[in-house]
Ligand binder design. Structure first.
Ligand SMILES: N[C@@H](CCC(=O)N[C@@H](CS)C(=O)NCC(=O)O)C(=O)O
Length: 97
């Protein structure tokens, strides 16, 4: 069991640019769920519904694919980047804020 399980206070802001159909977004949510982050703790911006937000995502991240994940002020990147951060032991400290 992760030390992060069940922790709801002191969680950094999590923002995810996503689309309705997005397997990598689901994988990111599943990984975050393993760290005790409930779906409603993830602020989602649906770029398929808001083209202006897609343009904003591209502008601030330089990337076109979803998800694009921010934890606190840090642009983590996509699911692969999130998983790499976890493998390096850096995800939980980042989530704690
Ligand atoms: N390596 C990326 C792959 C992301 C990816 O392929 N996302 C799909 C949706 S699930 C996508 O945005 N495809 C359209 C594109 O790449 O422009 C990650 O781990 O996030």
């Amino acid at each position: 069991m992760s030390r992060f399980d069940g922790l709801t206070a002191g969680v950094a802001r999590i923002l995810m640019y996503s689309t309705r159909v997005c397997p990598y977004c689901i994988r990111a949510e599943q990984l975050l769920a393993k760290k005790g982050i409930a779906p409603d703790q993830i602020e989602k911006i649906r770029v398929d519904e808001h083209p202006e937000q897609r343009a904003e995502m591209l502008r601030i991240t330089g990337r076109r694919s979803v998800p694009q994940i921010f934890i606190g002020d840090r642009h983590v990147g996509g699911f692969d980047d999130l998983a790499a951060l976890d493998a390096d032991g850096e995800l939980e400290p980042l989530l704690r804020g």
